[in-house]
Design a protein around this ligand. Structure first.
Ligand SMILES: Cc1cc2nc3c(=O)[nH]c(=O)nc-3n(C[C@H](O)[C@H](O)[C@H](O)COP(=O)(O)OP(=O)(O)OC[C@H]3O[C@@H](n4cnc5c(N)ncnc54)[C@H](O)[C@@H]3O)c2cc1C
Length: 413
């Protein structure tokens, strides 16, 4: 009997699941539904496009023909409004219903819109889709002044776009440094200097109070939490994601911040899986539930979900150490694992542009941030995967070149 798979979302998680299902079960019916008007593109590259450095073509990953070639039904511009888990049917806004045998939820997140005065004014940009990138690129190319809000991994993309497009920008940060959950002042200082070098001024202990607009409804200023008005004609804001779970309301599927899944990407409801940014998954290395927003992780979750959907025994497990790099500056930057959690940490600054921080939980390495020298990344990922208790050997882990054999034998399980 042919199995009908319906996949909600054509991001990297949904798309890699569809590909995996097709490779595993040549006879399956596979439908991918997305509210976007274009097939899978490289979300990581849209910032380079918005900087004005890349044309459109290299950002695309799949032409619609890719789906035809694999006999995958791609439904563009189709907004999912509900799921009936009893009748196994997906409801859409104006494109009818889709019955399924197995369902994958891979709908990711949407940038949070802060509920402040004039938040919907022209010239205020959130950044998630290729279409957002087109609008940001066009506006940044002509804007003279800019304000960026959100001291994290997406905010810094908006700051780098301003820098690359010659926008005279200020970057408002709530605390005393960029990405304060993962970086100490020593590490963040390297980033602050790099921002200054590309023409972006960090402003600390600040934040958004409300926007001012001109007579045409275009943003003209940002009033910060200290009451200071920053005149601007461009605003980029990245303060986190709302996960796209509203269409699951009223279903028995367990949802907290995201959709809860086990290590097999399976929800609490039989035949329903989730993958990608939207999951709160059980991490077998951390032995805890966690969430992660990274391309490689979403892709691997899609493969795990697709494999388990297409085979009768749900055995493939998500066992993965994610990483996320920043390429805006003349030095490399990489965060790996879970650098914002842990019960202890260790760090060292090696030079003006080289720094390392490692985080530990229950005696084990769980994540870190490398600036300037990424040569040890595979060693650290290996230690995480091996679940070695190494928290008592921080000095050895901070040596420039880590010698795995030099770690105390008692630490090797
Ligand atoms: C600007 C930017 C830069 C990034 N840079 C990096 C980086 O350098 N490194 C890295 O690892 N990660 C990066 N990321 C994060 C990475 O892109 C995401 O983690 C990854 O794309 C998540 O994939 P996903 O498939 O889970 O979700 P998404 O890519 O968000 O895909 C979800 C899809 O579902 C659709 N959808 C949502 N709701 C509905 C609905 N109700 N009906 C129909 N369709 C719906 C959405 O429109 C979307 O197409 C970046 C993200 C952005 C925005």
């Amino acid at each position: 009997m042919t199995t009908s798979h319906v996949i909600l979302g054509d991001g990297i998680a949904g798309s890699s699941a569809a590909e995996t299902i097709r490779e595993t079960d040549p006879d399956a019916d596979v439908t991918v539904i997305t509210e976007e008007g274009e097939a899978l593109y490289n979300r990581i590259l849209i910032k380079e496009f918005a900087k004005g450095k890349l044309p459109e073509a290299p950002v695309s990953i799949h032409e619609p023909g890719w789906y035809d070639d694999r006999d995958i039904d791609l439904e563009l511009n189709t907004h999912v409004t509900g799921v009936d888990t009893a009748d196994k049917v997906v409801h859409t806004y104006d494109s009818g219903t889709y019955g399924y045998d197995k369902l994958l939820i891979a709908t990711g997140g949407t940038p949070i819109q802060l509920p402040v005065e004039n938040a919907d004014a022209e010239g205020i940009h959130h950044f998630w889709t290729f279409q957002d990138a087109r609008e940001i690129r066009e506006h940044a190319a002509e804007a003279e002044t800019g304000i960026v809000i959100g001291a994290g991994l997406l905010g810094i993309d908006l700051a780098a776009i301003c820098g690359a497009q010659g926008v005279d920008a200020k970057y408002l940060m709530r605390g005393n440094r960029w990405w304060r959950y993962a970086l100490s002042s020593d590490g963040a200082e390297i980033i602050h200097d790099a921002l200054e070098n590309i023409g972006v001024e960090p402003v600390f202990e600040s934040g958004l109070d409300y926007f001012e607009v001109d007579d045409s409804g275009h943003v003209s200023g940002v009033v910060d939490t200290n009451g200071v008005t920053h005149e601007t004609d461009f605003v980029g804001i990245a303060v986190g994601l709302d996960y796209n779970t509203e269409f699951l309301e009223g279903t028995p599927i367990d949802v907290e911040d995201g959709v809860l899944v086990d290590q097999h990407m399976q929800t609490n409801v039989e035949d329903i899986y989730a993958a990608g940014d939207i999951t709160e998954y059980y991490d077998v290395i951390l032995e805890d539930r966690t969430q992660n927003g990274a391309w490689g992780s979403a892709k691997e979750q899609g493969v795990v979900a697709g494999t388990n959907m297409a085979t009768d025994d749900t055995t493939k497990e998500f066992r993965y150490v994610p990483s996320y790099s920043i390429t805006h500056f003349d030095f490399p930057f990489l965060s790996f694992g879970h650098p914002t959690i842990g019960d202890s940490d260790a760090e060292r600054k090696y030079s003006e542009s080289e720094w390392r921080r490692l985080t530990f939980k229950n005696g084990k390495l769980v994540g870190g941030v490398l600036i300037g020298d990424l040569s040890q990344q595979s060693t650290f990922k290996k230690i995480i995967r091996q679940e070695r208790p190494v928290a008592d050997q921080k000095e050895k882990l901070l040596e420039k070149d880590v010698d795995l054999d030099a770690l105390a034998p008692s630490a090797i399980e």
